[in-house]
Design a protein around this ligand. Structure first.
Ligand code: CU
Length: 156
C-alpha cells in the first residue's frame, strides 16, 4: 500500500515533469519512447464540468493504446471530480474497472490492465480489444482504450 502511494506520487511528478518539458523534449521523444512504454499510460482530464474530456498525450480525445500489463493513470485537471469507469454495455452492466471519484485540480487514479482485466473485459488471446469507458457523473464523457495483448516474453 505504501509503495502504491509512493508510485502514484512519482507518477504525478512524472506527469508534471513531462508537461513542463513537453516543449523541449520533442527531439528526445524517440529515445525515451521504449522506456515510457513500460510505464504508465497517461490520460489527462481537462475542461470545465461535464464538458471535460479524456485527453491523450497529444491533447486529443482519441483511442489510447495500452499493452496488456500496463497501467493507465488518469489525472484530473478539471474543476470538478470525474471518474473513469468501464462502460456499462462493454462489460455487461458490471463496472470491471472504476476509478471512483478522481479529485478535481490534480487528483489522479490508476488502473492496471493486466491479463485478468483483459479477460474480464472480454479480451481474446492474440486480439486487440476495444474498451470504452465513461464518467459516472457525466454520461457524455467518453474515452476509448485499445488493449493490445502483451508480446510473448523471450526472457525469464
Ligand atoms: Cu465527469
Amino acid at each position: 500500500m505504501y509503495w502504491t502511494r509512493c508510485l502514484a506520487g512519482v507518477l504525478a511528478l512524472a506527469t508534471l515533469a513531462a508537461l513542463t518539458w513537453a516543449g523541449d523534449k520533442d527531439k528526445d521523444k524517440d529515445k525515451d519512447k521504449g522506456k515510457k512504454d513500460d510505464k504508465a499510460v497517461m490520460i489527462t482530464i481537462e475542461g470545465k464540468g461535464g464538458n471535460a474530456k479524456y485527453l491523450d498525450d497529444k491533447g486529443k480525445n482519441d483511442p489510447v493504446t495500452v499493452t496488456v500489463g500496463q497501467k493507465v493513470t488518469w489525472t484530473n485537471k478539471s474543476n470538478v471530480a470525474h471518474t473513469a469507469t468501464s462502460d456499462k454495455e462493454n462489460d455487461k452492466k458490471k463496472s470491471i474497472f472504476d476509478t471512483k471519484a478522481i479529485k478535481k485540480e490534480g487528483g489522479s487514479a490508476s488502473v492496471t490492465f493486466d491479463e485478468a482485466m483483459f479477460k474480464a473485459l472480454g479480451g481474446k488471446a492474440g486480439e486487440d480489444l476495444e474498451v470504452t469507458y465513461y464518467c459516472t457523473y457525466h454520461d457524455e464523457m467518453k474515452g476509448k482504450l485499445i488493449l493490445k495483448p502483451a508480446p510473448a516474453k523471450k526472457d525469464k
